[in-house]
Design a binder for this molecule. Structure first.
Ligand code: KIV
Length: 271
């Protein structure tokens, strides 16, 4: 394999330095080769192979059904496309909650079989032992606090988390514990902006927000939502940059018309 020495690859160290320099971190999800190539070429810092693939790629209602094998398939496709970005791969539901040995085994499978650069898992104190074990095996870990979609049946709703003081205090404490355990960054999902600001200022590792306001050290969105591929999900925090759903529908309708009317293919589109 040839290594392009001109491209400066993003590492966990780069993210640490970006936080120290006050430079915001950009992160988007991707699950396949073609979109990962577009996003990487566009200059994104971090690509998350999120378990949101369960929703946007497979059409499930929650992130729970996606398997470790399926995450590895998506991550390997993304890895084949990228030159520069740091790739983080979600440990799916069921692949780490039982105990820290299983968590480490799952993280190792992701690193070996997909070529991903790091893993992400959801939770605070409950998963601390697993995080420490994975980090001590040399695998970079991104934490995820606030709305953790793998616990949706516990929460019962996708509403904003940590609005009450008890939950906010647990989140403050969890963020510190994740930093001490060696996480290189933490996703803060759907929590009050003021709390995200306080947490971001209280730890030295970067926070990446989604629905957590503008004071996080970086931002992440699900690619299908921000490109308007999936138009069913329109939370307040989402900025939609394109409407691919509408554009693709128009293009497909035009193609159907052209085929039916014998306009396609024309003489230059044949051999
Ligand atoms: O799976 C995912 O897309 C995520 C982001 C929402 C952070 O975890």
């Amino acid at each position: 394999m040839s290594v392009n020495k001109e491209i400066k690859k993003v590492t966990t160290n780069t993210l640490h330095n970006m936080k120290a320099a006050g430079e915001k971190i950009s992160m988007l999800t991707a699950y396949d080769y073609s979109f990962a190539k577009i996003i990487d070429n566009a200059g994104i810092d971090v690509i998350l192979v999120g378990d949101s693939a369960s929703n946007v790629m497979a059409g499930h209602e929650t992130t729970l059904p996606i398997t470790l094998d399926q995450m590895i398939y998506h991550a390997a496709s993304v890895i084949r496309a990228i030159n520069r970005s740091l790739v983080v791969v979600d440990l799916p539901f069921g692949s780490y909650q039982s105990n820290s040995d299983i968590a480490l085994a799952s993280a190792i499978r992701i690193m070996k079989e997909s070529g991903g650069h790091s893993i992400k898992l959801e939770g605070g104190e409950e998963v601390l032992k697993s995080i420490k074990k994975i980090v001590s095996a040399g695998i970079p870990v991104m934490g995820h606090l606030g709305l953790t979609p793998q616990s949706i049946y516990k929460f019962g709703t996708y509403t904003v988390r940590a609005k009450e003081e008890d939950e906010a205090n647990k989140l403050r404490n969890d963020a510190k514990l994740l930093e001490e355990a060696g996480c290189f960054a933490i996703v803060l999902e759907k929590i009050p902006a003021a709390l995200a600001k306080e947490v971001s200022e209280s730890i030295s590792i970067p926070t990446i927000g989604i629905g957590a306001g503008g004071h996080c050290d970086g931002q992440v969105l699900v690619m299908h939502d921000m490109l308007g591929i999936n138009t069913e999900f329109k939370p307040r925090f989402l900025r939609q940059y394109l409407n691919i759903h509408e554009q693709a529908t128009t293009a497909v309708q035009q193609y159907i018309k052209d085929v039916k009317s014998n306009d396609f293919p024309n003489e230059t589109e044949q051999y």
